[in-house]
Design a protein around this ligand. Structure first.
Ligand code: EPZ
Length: 415
């Protein structure tokens, strides 16, 4: 599948922001902690979530979806995640902590997901060992087993997935646990809230130090998936790239701090309780020096959006990617085909803004694909963006949404 995009059309209008992929995946991973029904509302209908639901179903859960409401219930009949599904997304790793805590064993093939770096799982696995589990790794899978006992564990770095897995593990461990240097992303905080609703005893929710008192059982609940801050940022980036005027609704502006700080000096930005409007007032100057880092700093998932915006600004931008070792070069190469002036040195991209022109480019990962669409919307002339399957893992019809705002964009299903 590829997009055909004729750039240069200022985007105007309003778009609704749906539930966050990375929140939904964490919450779905936690459903293994109980046989009771867990209902998620505002759950996005995207490929990664659908594959996560298939994974849970293959392990024994009864899964149903009605529009954006998903129900997961029943007992696991297997503690082994099927290879065919687990290798499709990184989110499959998020069944580890809960399955181990609830059933004393779990086996997971090496998870899939965006090829943006090595993405080891040492922090997850060392945490499980600290809780008393025995971890056995082979080339393509990991097995963890044992009765979990509360412990104190400091994460080597604030890994989002490791924090989520260890939270689920500690929730049902015997005794008290203290987790330090935890991730504080909104999606992690949402998981903490849902676990408390399920009966978990967690103190420090939203912070980097979590105190968890293990309980013997967790019950079902209903939970609203928080709006996707990366989708909101993507829509606003479309407005910024095309010098348009776009409002995103049903979002949480506080979750967008990292990118709004960059937008405010360059565009008219209007923030309401659940919406953000960006109105261009002319081609923006370069974005200075920006470094990705864990929340609340500028998020790595917005880095490819910024790379594209920098490429079509007036002036210089330096972007340092500190979280993933392979998340800059590919998009830089693709954008340079469009006339961008990007030089990569290690984990740093130096960008001098230029007028972009249409080209044939290929997405190799989810957020990189969104970044290429943003650049194509800004470019003069027609672009082809291949690898749309990567984009559809995390966005609901990104092309169609931009078309609603006036973009000349169509899908070529025969590619
Ligand atoms: C989550 O991935 C997100 N995915 C990613 O979003 C996001 O980019 C990332 O967090 C950072 O915010 C989901 O939530 C499904 P990490 P995760 O563990 O948990 C290293 C998207 O496009 N690390 O915080 O895998 C790791 O290699 C995706 O929506 C270890 O070294 O990210 C990376 O360099 C892409 N050992 C850094 O930490 C470990 O055990 C951050 O990884 C774990 C991680």
């Amino acid at each position: 599948m590829e997009y055909l995009i004729e750039g240069g059309k200022p985007l105007k209008g309003e778009l609704h922001v749906y539930g966050a992929k990375n929140c939904a995946l964490a919450l779905l991973g936690a459903t293994v902690l109980t046989d009771d029904e867990v209902i998620l509302t505002n759950c996005p209908d995207i490929v990664d979530v659908e594959n996560m639901l298939k994974l849970l179903s293959a392990m024994g859960k009864t899964v149903t979806r009605t529009d954006s409401t998903v129900s997961v219930k029943g007992a696991l009949t297997s503690t082994c995640a099927p290879v065919a599904l687990a290798t499709l997304l990184r989110g499959s790793a998020l069944i580890l902590g809960g399955t181990l805590a609830r059933h004393g064993e779990v086996t997971l093939p090496v998870p899939g997901g965006c090829a943006i770096g090595a993405r080891p799982m040492d922090i997850h696995l060392c945490g499980f060992e600290a809780l008393g589990a025995t971890v056995t790794q082979s080339d393509n899978s990991v097995n963890c087993r044992g009765k979990l006992v509360g412990a104190r564990y400091t994460l080597r770095m604030p890994s989002v997935g490791a924090t989520e897995n260890l939270l689920c593990a500690c929730a049902l461990a015997k005794g008290d646990s203290v987790l330090k240097n935890c991730a504080t992303e909104p999606e992690v905080a949402a998981l903490e809230q849902m676990l408390v609703q399920m009966g978990a005893k967690i103190r420090g929710a939203g912070g980097s130090e979590l105190h968890i008192e293990g309980v013997s059982k967790l019950h079902g609940t209903q939970f609203f998936v928080i709006p996707d801050r990366i989708v909101a940022a993507t829509y606003l980036a479309g407005a910024a790239a095309t010098l348009g005027d776009v409002t995103v609704t049903d979002c949480v502006p506080q979750h967008l701090g990292g990118i709004l700080d960059l937008f405010r000096p360059r565009f008219d930005v209007f923030v309401e309780e659940n919406s953000v409007r960006l109105r261009a007032v002319g081609k923006p100057r370069g974005y200075g020096t920006v470094q990705t880092a864990p929340y609340p700093a500028f998020p790595t998932d917005m880095q490819s959006l910024l790379l594209s915006l920098a490429a079509c600004s007036v002036g210089k931008t330096v972007i340092r990617e500190t979280l993933f070792e392979n998340r800059l070069a590919h998009n830089a190469e693709q954008l340079n085909k469009m006339g961008a002036q990007i030089e990569i040195c290690g984990d740093v991209a130096t960008v001098v803004g230029a007028n972009l022109h249409g080209a044939c480019v290929e997405a190799k990962d989810l957020r990189g694909g969104a970044g290429l669409v943003i650049a194509a919307l800004a470019a003069d002339g027609v672009s082809k963006v291949g690898g749309v399957r990567h984009i559809e893992r995390g966005y609901i019809d990104l092309g169609g949404c931009f078309a609603e705002l006036g973009a000349k964009i169509s899908k070529n299903p025969f590619i």
